[in-house]
Design a protein around this ligand. Sequence first.
Ligand code: 3EB
Length: 379
Amino acid sequence: MGVGLGCSPCRRAHSRARVLPLPWIRHSNYCGAQAMSKLTATFGVEHRSRAQLPPKTDQWWSGVLGVAQFGLDLAPLDLANVPIAAVPLGPFGDFDALYEVWRADGSMQVGTLGRVHYRFNAHLLFGCISIPERSQGDAPGNPLKANTLAAYRQIFSTLEVTGYRQLVRVWNYVSDITQPAIDGERYWLFNNARYESFVASHRPAVEAAPAASALGTPHGSPLVIYFLANRTAAQMLENPRQVSAYRYPTRYGPRSPTFSRAALLCEGGGTLMISGTASIVGHETVHSGDAAAQTRESLANIGILTDGANRRLVPHRFALERLTYKVYLRDAADLPTVEQVMRGVIGSEASVAYMRADICRRDLLVEIEAVGSGASLVH
Ligand code: 3EB
């Protein structure tokens, strides 16, 4: 099964994803059949509109680990026992809210720690936190820095208390992300505080950092972070066409961003979580001002990561045509162009949700993230 990128001019022979050897991974076939059978079989993501969500009393919700709601000026849906991250980004389409639903199996429990709401089954934990920009009152320093430190402190405490110690995937939504802050941009301040948080809690801030996305939300929005963690291990992947984000030179900010390019989990029969991916080669933005070319380049980068995952998960295969995508666009006017390029490369079957968002570098027009789940693997 081809991955649909065979004609990309930027695909080079040496572009093989680098898989980092982690001490607890002993076998080249990462998720062996035996190991997988012990893990949760059902795990994955679905996109739904509000009209497609069952009533909150429906049994269907017992199989939901957590939800991210994307919509502007919407109160979070009241879901009783399911944590919901209310992300202030407007989806494109014939609906005012898009729901990203994380489904899993087995019995689940819920909890809160500070502002973190979480829910977990035997293998996986979903959590979310939202902190209003002004929650620190008139405390000295920038509220974004204080809020980022507070959010990650509470997230890491949640992981310690519950025993789901491995943070595998994080989504960060930061208001005014490219606006000026002391000595740079707000994204730089965020990166600084995120890095400090990882170091302060003795967590890896370079290799083995979680997969992530970081997007900009409207002025005055709360800091919203949601995340997935597990008990065992994830395998982090890097993309050799790109400098690892945690090694970016300081011209992108004094502290490099703390994330890996993808995480591969055994849960769900093999799940690939691809970080927000942009038109970056080496560490530089390419195709400035050209949304179509940026989309193609981002998909080429995603293709490298699926290839890397496929070498670890033999005989299973992720294919670009079977991933679930979220696409963030800086300019709403680029939507038709980006949609056309997406469908040309990935075909018509894959689920793609489009969102208006600020991307963390001003010259980036598009950022794409993706999830490949066991259910969609080609055996
Ligand atoms: C990039 O590759 C584009 O700071 O957590 C993508 C994914 C990006 C995650 C983050 C930033 C982050 O550098 C931006």
